[in-house]
Design a protein around this ligand. Structure first.
Ligand SMILES: Cc1cc2nc3c(=O)[nH]c(=O)nc-3n(C[C@H](O)[C@H](O)[C@H](O)COP(=O)(O)OP(=O)(O)OC[C@H]3O[C@@H](n4cnc5c(N)ncnc54)[C@H](O)[C@@H]3O)c2cc1C
Length: 308
C-alpha cells in the first residue's frame, strides 16, 4: 500500500492506526512480522470504514483478537489488520431486561466474561476461563473447553460483512462445528449470550478445578497458541485418540527446530522457547504431521490459523 493510501485509511478511522507495525507483540506466540496497517477500531463504524477501504483498494485484511490462535508469518501481513480490543469490549448485563442474557463487545476477553458471568451466578461460559482470547475470536473459532463452547450459548452475533455491511445473525443461523463457526470473511463486533442460573460457589469451585488442570497439564503461561492440531475424528473400528495422545505416543514431546519445541508438558502444544520464528514452528508442524501420517495413516489438521 502506498503512503497516500495509508494516510487516507488513517483519516477514516477514529481509533489508532499504526503502519509497518510488527505483529509479534499482538500474539501469544510472540511471533510475526509487520502489518502494512494495524487498525485499533474504537467503534463499529471504524470496522466498517476499514473494510470499505480494503474493498475499494483491493487490500487484504485480517481480523485479530488477542492473537491466541494464530501463527503469523515472519514476513508479516501485507494488508490491513483490524485488531479488536478496547473500545469494542463493552459488557452489558441483562440484555432486554433478562438477567441471563448478556450482550458483549467482540473485544472483551473471554476469561473476564467467564469470571464475571460465574460471579453473577450464571453458567454456560465459566469453563472457558482458561481460553485466553476475545469474545470475537471465541465466536469465530467456536472456542470451547471442558464440554462448553460458544455455539451452546450464542443467541445472536453482530457482524460486519467484507463489504462493510453491518448485520445481525441469530445463533441458530450459524453453521457451528468443532472449533469453527463457518463465518468466513466477516468481522464479529459483538455477541449476545444466553446463560443458565447456577450457584456461584459451585461455579467458582469448577473454575478452580479447571485452572489446576491447565496449570498441571499444559504450558498455559508459555508462548504458544493452545492446541496446534484439531483432534481427529474417532476411527470406525477403534478408540478415539486425541492429537496430543498420537503425538506423545511417537515420543515427540521435546522435539524441536530452532526455537520451536513440542511442549514436554502437552504434545499438542508447540511452544516458542524464546526466539522461535514462524518458519521454526511450521517446520515442527510439518514433521509432526509427517510422522503421525506415516505411523497411523491420520492426517492431522491445523487448529491454529496460519496467516501468510
Ligand atoms: C494457552 C492457550 C490455551 C488455549 N486453550 C484453548 C481451549 O481450551 N479451547 C479453545 O477453543 N481454544 C484455546 N486456545 C486458543 C484460543 O485462545 C482460542 O481459539 C480463542 O478463542 C482465540 O481468540 P483470539 O481473540 O485470540 O483470536 P485470534 O487468535 O486473534 O484469531 C483467531 C482466528 O479468529 C479470527 N478472529 C479473531 N477475532 C475475530 C473477530 N472479531 N471477527 C472475526 N474473526 C475474528 C482471526 O482472523 C483468526 O482466524 C488456547 C490458546 C492458548 C494460548
Amino acid at each position: 500500500m502506498t503512503t497516500t493510501a495509508l494516510r487516507e485509511l488513517a483519516s477514516r478511522i477514529t481509533g489508532e492506526v499504526r503502519f509497518d507495525e510488527p505483529l509479534a507483540g499482538y500474539t501469544t506466540y510472540r511471533i510475526g512480522g509487520p502489518a502494512a496497517a494495524l487498525v485499533f477500531p474504537s467503534t463499529t463504524d471504524d470496522v466498517v470504514n476499514a473494510l470499505e477501504f480494503a474493498a475499494e483498494t483491493g487490500s487484504r485484511w485480517l481480523a485479530l483478537g488477542l492473537g491466541s490462535n494464530v501463527l503469523i508469518a515472519d514476513r508479516g501481513f501485507d494488508g490491513i489488520v483490524i485488531r479488536l480490543g478496547r473500545g469494542l469490549d463493552a459488557v452489558q448485563r441483562g440484555a432486554g431486561g433478562d438477567e441471563t442474557r448478556w450482550t458483549v463487545g467482540a473485544g472483551a476477553p473471554t476469561p473476564l466474561l467467564a469470571r464475571q458471568t460465574a460471579a453473577a451466578g450464571l453458567a454456560g461460559l465459566h469453563r472457558l476461563v482458561g481460553v485466553p482470547g476475545t469474545v470475537g475470536g471465541g465466536v469465530f473459532m467456536n472456542a470451547g473447553a471442558h464440554g462448553q463452547d460458544f455455539s451452546q450459548v450464542t443467541q445472536a452475533v453482530e457482524l460486519v460483512d467484507g463489504d462493510g455491511t453491518v448485520r445481525s445473525l441469530a445463533g441458530s443461523e450459524i453453521r457451528w462445528a468443532y472449533r469453527s463457526s463457518g463465518l468466513g470473511e466477516r468481522v464479529v463486533v459483538g455477541a449476545t449470550v444466553q446463560l443458565t442460573p447456577a450457584d456461584p460457589k459451585e461455579l467458582e469451585k469448577e473454575i478452580k478445578q479447571h485452572f489446576r488442570w491447565r496449570k498441571a497439564g499444559t504450558p498455559f503461561n508459555e508462548r504458544c497458541c493452545g492446541s496446534v492440531f484439531r483432534n481427529p475424528p474417532a476411527p470406525d473400528d477403534g478408540e478415539a485418540r486425541s492429537a496430543g495422545q498420537l503425538i506423545d505416543a511417537l515420543g515427540l514431546k521435546g522435539h524441536r527446530v530452532g526455537g520451536a519445541q513440542v511442549s514436554p508438558k502437552h504434545a499438542n502444544y508447540i511452544v516458542n522457547t524464546g526466539h522461535a520464528t514462524a518458519s521454526d514452528v511450521l517446520a515442527v508442524i510439518g514433521q509432526v504431521q509427517a510422522k503421525v501420517s506415516a505411523e497411523y495413516g491420520i492426517e492431522l489438521e491445523l487448529e491454529v490459523k496460519v496467516i501468510e
